[in-house]
Design a protein around this ligand. Structure first.
Ligand code: ZN
Length: 433
C-alpha cells in the first residue's frame, strides 16, 4: 500500500477516537488510545516508543497527561528532524451540526470528516506514514533512521504537561534534533500557500469598574460603571502597536467578553462592570511591557479621551493581567530547513510558499526554551479544512475548518502533505550526510 494510503487509513483511525484533552480523568483513556494507535503503526517499522506521563506543575491545570516520544534505535542523538504533533482535540459542540457525527472518520466527496481531521490528526498520520516509509528505505540501505516524533495529548488546553515537559525530557536525555517541524495547520485556504516560522503570543486579563448601583432615572445620585468601562475599552481599542514585521502582524488588543447588569431589568444601573481582554503580541513585547502599557494608556489618556466627561472615572478601574497563563511568542529566522521545505512544497504544489508568523499559538513556542537556536517550521493542512472559496463559496470559512463543526480535510491535501514530509526527511538525511 502506498504511504499516502497508510496516512489516510491511520488518520481515519485516529479521528474515530473522541480524544478530547484529558482535563478530567474520564477523558484520559481515549487520549491514550490515539498514542497506542501510533505506536502500533510505527513499532513494526522498527520505531522505539517512550511513553511519558506527566502531571502537576500548574496551579489549576495539573491533570495527568500521556505523551509519546518515538525514534529509531541506532541514530545518533544529534540527527534528524523532530516532528511535534498533538492528538487531543477541542470538544465537538452540538452533535447535530455535524453531517456524519463528530468522530465518524468517514470519507465523503474526497474529504475526511471528523473533529481533528485538520487540527491535527491528519498531519500526525501523514508524518507517521512518511516516517515509516523513510525508515523502511533507510534500513534497507543499512543507514540510520534519523527522525523522531513528539506526540502529546495536551495541546488544546493548558499544555502544562505536554510538549513542554517532553522537550525538557529530550534535552536531559541528550536528544539533539537537527530541526523541528510542527504539524499545525499552516496555510489558510490552499495547501502549501504558507509555512509558519513563528507565532504571536497571547496574554489575557480583566478590567473591572466598580460603581454605585441604583435607579437609572436618578443617575446623578449613583455611578454607572459601564461608563468607565466603555471609555477604557475605547481607549485600548484605539491604540495601535507599531511592531509588525514582514512575517508577523503587529500586537493587538481585543475585548473578548463583557459582563454587567441584568438584561431582564431596564431601570437599574449596575454596581459593577467587567471585561475580559486578550492581547496577541509579537516577540518585541513581554507580559510585563504589555500590562504596563495597558495601565499607562488608562492613566495617561490620549488627547481625544482626556476631554471626555467620563475620563475622571478611569482612575478607579482595576486592571489585572494574567501573566501566569500567558503563551509566549516565538520566531525562528528562516534558514536551511525553511529553504528545503519551501523548495519541496513548491515542487509538489506550484508557487513558493510564504514564510509567515501569523495565526494562533502553538507548542512551537516551547522549543527554544530547551533547544535554543534550533530551526523551527510549521507545515500542516489548510486551516479552512481544504474547502476553497472557488469550489465551496457557501461553506468556506463558515464550516469545515479547524475547531468548526464538520471539521474535515481534503484527501488530496493529506496525500500531498505526506509526500512533502517524506521528501523533507530524505532531503534532510542527504543534507546531514
Ligand atoms: Zn492544533
Amino acid at each position: 500500500m502506498p504511504q499516502e494510503d497508510h496516512a489516510i487509513e491511520l488518520a481515519r483511525r485516529l479521528v474515530r477516537v473522541p480524544s478530547l484533552t484529558p482535563v478530567t480523568p474520564d477523558l484520559r483513556p481515549a487520549a491514550a488510545r490515539t498514542l497506542r494507535l501510533l505506536a502500533d503503526f510505527l513499532e513494526p517499522a522498527g520505531a522505539r516508543c517512550e511513553w511519558l506521563s506527566f502531571q502537576g506543575g500548574h496551579a489549576k491545570w495539573g491533570y495527568p497527561v500521556d505523551n509519546l516520544y518515538i525514534d529509531w534505535p541506532g541514530a545518533s542523538a544529534g540527527s534528524g528532524l523532530c516532528f511535534l504533533g498533538h492528538t487531543d482535540v477541542v470538544p465537538p459542540g452540538d452533535d447535530s451540526l455535524w453531517r456524519s457525527g463528530p468522530f465518524s472518520g468517514e470519507i465523503q466527496d474526497g474529504f475526511l470528516l471528523g473533529r481533528g481531521a485538520t487540527d491535527m490528526k491528519g498531519a500526525v498520520a501523514a508524518f507517521a506514514a512518511a516516517a515509516a516509509d523513510f525508515a523502511a528505505r533507510r534500513r534497507a540501505e543499512g543507514g540510520a533512521v534519523g527522525t523522531s516524533l513528539l506526540i502529546t495529548t495536551d495541546e488544546e488546553w493548558a499544555a502544562a504537561n505536554g510538549s513542554r515537559r517532553v522537550l525538557e525530557w529530550m534535552a536531559a536525555a541528550g536528544k539533539r534534533p537537527s530541526g523541528f517541524i510542527v504539524g499545525e495547520p499552516s496555510s489558510e485556504e490552499i495547501f502549501g500557500e504558507a509555512i509558519k516560522v513563528g507565532r504571536r503570543g497571547s496574554l489575557c486579563g480583566t478590567i473591572t469598574a466598580t460603581g454605585v448601583q441604583g435607579h437609572a432615572a436618578y443617575q446623578h445620585l449613583f455611578e454607572n460603571p459601564n461608563r468607565a468601562l466603555a471609555l477604557a475599552l475605547a481607549v485600548l481599542h484605539a491604540h495601535r502597536w507599531d511592531d509588525a514585521s514582514p512575517e508577523m502582524p503587529a500586537t493587538n488588543f481585543e475585548t473578548v467578553a463583557t459582563r454587567s447588569g441584568d438584561f431582564g431589568a431596564t431601570a437599574i444601573i449596575p454596581g459593577e462592570a467587567s471585561a475580559l481582554w486578550n492581547i496577541r503580541f509579537t516577540h518585541h513585547e513581554s507580559t510585563a511591557t504589555l500590562s504596563g502599557k495597558v495601565k499607562s494608556l488608562l492613566e495617561k489618556l490620549p488627547r481625544w479621551a482626556n476631554g471626555h466627561p467620563d475620563a475622571p472615572l478611569l482612575s478607579k478601574l482595576r486592571v489585572i493581567a494574567n501573566s501566569d497563563t500567558a503563551s509566549m511568542p516565538y520566531f525562528s529566522a528562516p534558514g536551511a530547513l525553511a529553504a528545503l521545505a519551501s523548495a519541496i512544497v513548491a515542487r509538489h504544489c506550484g508557487p513558493v510558499p510564504a514564510l509567515d508568523a501569523k495565526g494562533g499559538t502553538t507548542d512551537g513556542r516551547f522549543i527554544h526554551d530547551h533547544f535554543p537556536g534550533a530551526e523551527i517550521i510549521e507545515l500542516g493542512l489548510p486551516e479552512a479544512g481544504g474547502l476553497t472559496r472557488a469550489a465551496h463559496p457557501g461553506a468556506f470559512g463558515r464550516t469545515g475548518g479547524m475547531h468548526q463543526a464538520d471539521e474535515c480535510c481534503a484527501i488530496a491535501d493529506l496525500a500531498q502533505l505526506t509526500r512533502c514530509y517524506r521528501d523533507l526527511l530524505f532531503a534532510e538525511a542527504g543534507r546531514a550526510a
